[in-house]
Design a protein around this ligand. Structure first.
Ligand code: HPA
Ligand code: ZN
Length: 337
């Protein structure tokens, strides 16, 4: 039988938690800085990569916002997106649901249509070239005020046919989901699906709030829900998917080692957990690196790994027929792989 690492390599899967701006490899930061005549604080890609050593979400966010300062034109966003999609396809990703942060670009003078058209063109080319499908999720920055989020939603409305949902990211603690009640109510009324980062650094109560106040149908991270047994029972009973990012949690010091990570406990409690990469170059791994790291830590079998892959399609925003087709591909792969 093939090594389990190779089994993971070819296992068909969906990526459901991925920030497109967080896929900037240091080499691309330097390439785009030169193209757009942006001055950088670091002298080489190696020096920049060496700075990816964080003790908290905020330390990461400071570099993340700095890094995306090289993105200016539609072509920049298209190149970034296509580079990620090619890398994802190499990891047997068949479908990707991708976050973008329009406020982080508008505040640098990059208008919404430049960002959206560039990303959308990259996604179109990826589907044509690689057969990988995708959806886009607009994230509001929770450490800015709700009025700015509402204004962003209004700017995005004419493009709603290209955006499946809205989410909530950036610094979590002190910025509870309830701050965005009206924004999410409006977004849902306009037909967007709702997701939210919750329970990454913030308390389990933020996870419940994201469900009850924002109408979230999927929780990004959600790992700190494991601290509240009643909440875990609820997530299992209501089949609320969590988009878990193990290497991100490790690199942002949510857990000091992977064996303390609640992934296995949550899965065994019946919560639909999925495995994802968040911001791969910043956290030292793409989606297969995340699958391999948790397999090594928890000793997951081929069956269990296929279960995570099935869960990723089931929790996606694909149509039921497409979900079934991808899940059948996982089943066929497990039978032979
Ligand atoms: N958490 C919150 N905000 C983010 C993240 C994250 O992991 N990545 C990019 N923005
Ligand atoms: Zn995230």
């Amino acid at each position: 039988m093939r090594p389990i690492s190779d089994f993971i390599g070819d296992l068909p899967k969906a990526e459901l938690h991925l920030h497109i701006e967080g896929t900037l490899e240091p080499e691309m930061v330097f390439e785009l800085a030169e193209r757009n005549r942006v001055r950088l604080r670091h002298r080489s890609p190696e020096e920049l990569r060496a700075a990816y050593d964080f003790n908290s979400l905020q330390e990461f966010l400071d570099l993340y916002y700095q890094g995306m300062g090289v993105l200016h034109t539609e072509d920049d966003f298209c190149d970034l997106t296509l580079a990620y999609m090619r890398r994802a396809a190499a990891d047997s990703v068949r479908h990707a649901e991708i976050f973008f942060d329009p406020q982080a670009h508008a505040s640098r003078g990059v208008p919404f249509p430049v960002v959206l058209d560039g990303i959308a063109e990259g996604l179109r080319r990826a589907e044509r070239e690689l057969g990988v499908t995708s959806r886009l999720i607009l994230c509001f920055l929770r450490d800015r005020d709700a009025a700015e989020a509402m204004a962003t939603l209004e700017v995005a409305l004419p493009y709603c046919d290209r955006i499946v949902g809205v989410g909530l990211d950036s610094a979590e603690v002190g910025h509870p989901p309830s701050k965005f009640r009206e924004v999410f109510a409006r977004a849902r009324a306009e037909g967007f699906l709702a997701v939210a980062h919750a329970g990454e650094e913030g308390p389990p109560a933020y996870v419940a709030e994201a469900l009850d106040v924002l109408g979230a149908v999927r929780i990004d991270h959600g790992v700190r829900a494991a601290e509240d047994r009643a909440l875990v029972r609820r997530l299992a009973a209501e089949a609320v998917p969590l988009t878990v990012c193990p290497l991100s949690n490790l690199r942002l010091a949510v857990y000091d080692s992977l064996d303390k990570h609640p992934l296995r406990r949550l899965a065994e409690a019946g919560v639909p957990v999925t495995i994802n990469s968040d911001d791969p170059p910043y956290f030292g791994g793409y989606i297969n690196d995340n699958y391999r790291a948790v397999q090594e830590t928890f000793g997951f079998s081929r069956d269990e790994l296929a279960g995570f892959a099935r869960a990723s399609f089931a929790a996606s925003f694909l149509d039921p027929a497409d979900k079934a087709r991808h899940i059948a591909e996982v089943d066929a792969y497990l039978a032979t792989g």
